[in-house]
Structure formats: C-alpha cells, structure tokens
Design a binder for this molecule. Structure first.
Ligand SMILES: [Zn+2]
Length: 336
C-alpha cells in the first residue's frame, strides 16, 4: 500500500471546492511520456495552477502503470525545482472500467480515480461506483463517476439527445454512490473528430467546420439539482486549427478535424464545471511540432531535436489553456 500523501500528491476535494467558489476549472491533462509530463508541470508550476495528471488505460498499456506513478512522484519534485514551493498535483485514473483496476490504483499511490460505469445499466453503474467509493474513501482517495454517454472512444454512436446525462437521475446517483464528482455528457466528445461534417455548419470564409453548441440547458438543469456539486467535462479538446494546418501542410492528413470552441469551455469553467479533460490537443501540438522538424530537416535523427520542440509547443498549449480557457492560474492555496 502506497499512501499518495507521502508522495506529495493531493486528492481533488479541496481543489474542486475552491474552483467552484472561484469560478474556474482545474486542468486535467493526460500524460503518456516524459515530454508531456515535463510540459504539463512546467506550465502549471510557472502559472501556479493546480493540476490533475490523468492516466488512461492506453497510457498504462503504453508506459506501464508503475513507471507512470514514479513519474508523477518525480513531477512533484520537479515542480518544486521550478520554483513552485507548494504544488497541488493530483494523480488520477482516467476511465477506470472495473473495481480491480481502481483498487490497484488506490493501493499504488493514485490520489483520485474515475470509475466509468456509464455504459452499464443504471443500477449496475450505481452498484459498481458505490463499491469503488467505499474502497477509495477509506484512504481519502476521491472518486469521479459518470452518467450519460459521450461519443468517440466511449461509444460508436454520436451523442444524441438520449445520450446526454439525464438531470432527473443525478441526485439519486450522487446520493447512492457517494461520488466526489460527476462526469456528464452535454455534447463534448473524445478524440480529434468530435463531430461529423453533417452535424456542423461550415465557416464560409475559412471552410472550417463549426460544431453544434454544448447543451448548456442540460448543464443548468444538473446544477439546479446538485447545487455546488463538482461537475466534470470529458472530451474537451478544441482541436486548434493552427496545429491541424501545420500537420496537413507537412505530410499529415487530418481532414475536417474539429473540437469544442474554447469560448464554450470558458463559459463552462465559470459554472460548477470544475474539471476539464484535455488530451487530443496536446497530441496535435506534439505531432505538429514533430512533422515540422521532419519536413524542414529530413536529416534529423536525434529524438531530442524533435521531441524538444514538441515539448515546447505543448508547454505553450497548456499555458494557453490554463490562462485563457480554464482560468486556473495563480489559484494554488499557497502561492509562496
Ligand atoms: Zn474521457
């Protein structure tokens, strides 16, 4: 058993409370490798932002769960080295799909876990989530549950009205399970292709797809049922068109990639939405930087010469998200 507190990590409870009261959201960035982690910690430390490091199933398969946990422990020390004396870093399991995986993360030093039972029948989702909460809370590890189904990797089907979180279920779910936060579906989606072209309109000037707006009416109805309760948005990359352009101009092929407009996420950040998950945007930044180096210097074969620029571009992206989208800069409890 590893106690996350001994690693210098924190759970989400205090950070969410302050985020709701302060009208901002905590960034939840996925990481799979050293460069991504360095960029996340550099951006959040320099801007004095709390941060959630997310580990998905794909990341565990790619980088190994043990190594990722030690990297997160190293991240705390790295943040201090960067001059952030009191970092607030949460290590969170993204989309845990069984009690066993959640338990192994709790036992191994994660400070927060998500149990995603959203594809199960409602009662089974409640029972599974309850079981994870009962285990995790013994060790003061916070738990995120999910109601409603997002399009993308969670489901083949695009989010329609029926897949949105049903506001009438949220009180029952939160009461029965005891979760600390709730991921909802209001039209965000996983991946870099969040919407089919026929769901969007097209900007006549740029030719870029304009996605349908998020269902703020559903969010409002949920907040009315659960005043002050922490809400989480998954699938909230914006797919910056400048990165898509660099990728496509340098041998890539990402036609009609489209995400959630940042103004809508900014608006959501000011509500009870206190955790916003961003993954695809950093993948796009990494790929754009690497493609550019390869196109300009075909003779380059030192990974530091293309992973370095990728890290710099990701750092820039994370800083932009923290300041302009989430508003979480200078929000550490202790800014000294
Ligand atoms: Zn997700």
């Amino acid at each position: 058993m590893v106690d996350y507190k001994s690693l210098g990590l924190v759970n989400t409870r205090e950070m969410f409370k302050r985020a709701i009261n302060g009208g901002y959201a905590i960034p939840a960035f996925n990481f799979n490798n050293m460069e991504q982690l360095q960029a996340i910690i550099k951006a959040s430390s320099e801007l004095k932002s709390p941060v959630i490091l997310q580990v998905s199933k794909g990341a565990r398969n790619y980088a190994n769960q043990t190594l990722l946990r030690y990297m997160a422990q190293g991240a705390v020390e790295y943040a201090k080295e960067l001059g952030c004396n009191h970092p607030e870093i949460c290590l969170h399991l993204d989309h845990g799909d069984s009690f066993e995986i959640c338990k192994s993360c709790v036992d191994f030093g994660f400070s927060s876990v998500m149990i995603d039972g959203s594809s199960l029948p409602y009662d089974e989702n409640v029972a599974l989530t309850r079981k994870v909460v009962e285990y995790a809370h013994q060790f003061d590890v916070t738990v995120e549950g999910e109601l409603g189904v997002l399009a993308g990797v969670e489901d083949e089907v695009q989010a329609e009205e029926s897949h949105y979180t049903k506001p009438e279920e949220v009180i029952d779910f939160v009461t029965k399970t005891g979760v600390d936060s709730l991921a909802i579906s209001i039209g965000t989606s996983h991946g870099a292709y969040k919407f089919k072209p026929e769901q969007c309109t097209r900007d006549p000037k740029t030719g870029v797809l304009v996605p349908p707006p998020l269902a703020f009416d559903v969010l409002d109805a949920i907040m009315e049922k659960l005043p002050g309760f922490p809400i989480v948005l998954h699938g909230s990359s914006s797919v910056p068109q400048e990165y898509v352009k660099i990728i496509n101009e340098n041998g890539g092929k990402l036609p009609d990639a489209v995400g959630i407009p940042e103004e809508q996420l900014r608006k959501a950040s000011k509500s009870a939405v206190c955790k916003i998950n961003i993954d695809s945007d950093s993948r796009l930044a990494f790929t754009a930087a690497v493609r550019k180096v390869f196109a300009e210097k075909p003779g380059e074969f030192d990974p530091r010469k293309y992973c370095g620029p990728a890290r710099d571009l990701m750092t820039e992206l994370y800083k932009h998200k923290i300041v302009d989208v989430l508003g979480s800069d200078n929000k550490l409890a202790n800014l000294e």
